[in-house]
Design a protein around this ligand. Sequence first.
Ligand SMILES: O=c1ccn([C@H]2C[C@H](O)[C@@H](COP(=O)(O)O)O2)c(=O)[nH]1
Ligand SMILES: [Zn+2]
Length: 159
Amino acid sequence: MKRQDYLNWDSYFMGIALLSSMRSKDPSTSVGACIVSDDNKILSLGYNGMPIGCSDDEYPWEREGNPLDTKYLYVCHAELNALLNYSGTNMKGAKIYTTLFPCNECTKALIQSGIKEVIYMSDKYADTDSVIASKRMMDSAKITYRSYQMCNKEFTLHL
Ligand SMILES: O=c1ccn([C@H]2C[C@H](O)[C@@H](COP(=O)(O)O)O2)c(=O)[nH]1
Ligand SMILES: [Zn+2]
């Protein structure tokens, strides 16, 4: 008889998004993203990090201060990295598993790339204008979003 406690698809892909987030150098919020085709093939992965050529050690990771001395003007978001890391030609109908609800900028890129579903783990910035705008755009673009429902396997996430 086959094993009964195998990972379901959602836990498998969110687990890979979580593992990807562990590559991030961001000391406060590590984000990972996994883009999956409608037939459950992994298309691409990403995490939040500095752009290629911009050293993790030289660019700032601060959250506050002069904007030029904070991470926000430089860091490339996990979802955008996952889109940019894709080497294929067709993302239409794909879904994205992400450990953090996408910001408005990532959402624009997801819409334009043909992503149709967002499965997220944390929505800790739900009250921000950015995430409110993301949901408005997803609703208009008919992208569905749903919260990942944890299975009984153990995941450790520092959000
Ligand atoms: O859609 C998103 C939104 C944010 N991120 C990244 C960008 C930053 O590295 C962190 C957020 O840092 P805070 O200290 O929590 O403000 O998350 C992302 O990858 N995708
Ligand atoms: Zn973003």
